[in-house]
Design a protein. Structure first.
Length: 342
């Protein structure tokens, strides 16, 4: 009995499940487009005769021609590529906040204008999440739990909003094989976990855990039930709604503008939530949570929080996003995902 308790304690330090958005490979990829069949070009093709345009004459509109559609990579292909070339994370990156370089802007400034812009960026991110109720992506996370900064982890996540369903699969070598599944309203709300490398005697074994218990949240500030882009950006929307009602107890929200970060190839829109002291655990003296959204799509791709001293408290990055409308009950059924352990 004492040996079993020791192993359970070891698992507590090693198993932790993401609370904000995180990942696993879908068993069924999105349907593939059939590539267009090339046809043999005619012999000695003649170039089309285009009548000359006279000075002052309006140029006729271009006629749309059929274009071979681009093939969207499936979720399965995206995950397979990740296994071939996983991103390398350096030690200096693990314990430091992102390096942000503001992009010069000639836009106006001021509290009212900043809040209006923050509302606009947030609304686009909310809309993006609503338009993608089923998707597969990669999630990189790192959190400070009970005062200790946890190791950075990389996972594949399948997410379905209705009914709320989450499946994660770890990509880190030290956690290879670890998976977890949770579906709202099923299995009495319990979390089903498959132990991986680093889980000692629980490797390859299936376990049932309380998603809000200490064993499931040993490395995360959030429960797996809070996973997803819609919930992530929804927290910022709640702060904006409170401000609209004249309630500043949850903190202020401000638009920073376009910014470049080392984790993303293109500039992102940055919106900050200024956290008052004592409002959230881990921010006794306050802090700031930074939301970075894609300029073109509006998708939230990075959320990072630091305390008043600049120490990293939260880091969640979402990339390799693939819409996955074929996700079904089978993709969130542990008896189907890893039947050999059932």
């Amino acid at each position: 009995m004492r040996s079993s308790a020791i192993f359970t304690g070891i698992l507590l330090a090693s198993i932790a499940l993401p609370g904000c958005s995180q990942t696993k490979q879908s068993r069924r990829s999105a349907s593939r487009h059939r590539p267009a069949v090339a046809t043999r070009p005619p012999q000695n093709p003649q170039p089309p005769q285009t009548p000359p345009i006279k000075v002052g004459e309006e140029r006729p509109a271009l006629v749309a021609t059929e274009v071979t559609p681009l093939t969207m990579p499936s979720a399965k292909a995206a995950v397979a590529q990740e296994k071939k070339s996983p991103q390398t994370i350096t030690t200096s990156e693990v314990n430091q906040p992102s390096v942000v370089t503001p992009v010069k802007s000639t836009e106006p400034t001021g509290p009212e204008w900043n809040l209006a812009q923050a509302k606009r960026v947030t609304a686009r991110a909310v809309e993006f999440a609503q338009k993608h109720p089923k998707y597969t992506c990669r999630v990189t996370r790192q959190e400070r739990v009970r005062g200790r900064l946890q190791p950075r982890e990389v996972m594949v996540m399948n997410l379905r909003q209705e009914p709320r369903s989450v499946h994660f699969r770890w990509l880190n070598d030290e956690n290879e094989g670890r998976q977890c599944v949770w579906v709202d309203g099923q299995r009495e709300g319990q979390l089903i976990v498959l132990g991986g490398r680093g889980d000692f005697i629980f490797r390859g074994r299936r376990m049932t855990l309380d998603p809000n218990g200490i064993m499931a949240r040993g490395r995360s500030r959030y429960s797996i039930t809070e996973s997803g882009m819609d919930i992530m950006i929804g927290r910022l929307q709640e702060k904006i709604d409170a401000l609209d009602q004249g309630n500043e107890t949850l903190g202020r929200v401000e638009y920073v503008g376009p910014a470049s970060i080392k984790e993303w190839p293109n500039p992102l829109q940055q919106v900050n939530h200024l956290i008052p002291p004592g409002v959230e655990p881990g921010f006794d003296h306050g802090g700031v949570r930074k939301y970075y959204c894609d300029l073109e799509t509006g998708q939230v791709v990075l959320v990072e929080a630091v305390d008043s001293g600049g120490k990293l408290v939260e880091y969640f990055r979402i990339d390799r996003f693939v819409e996955n409308p074929t996700l079904s009950d089978e993709d969130f059924n542990p008896d189907q995902i890893w039947p050999e352990t059932s």
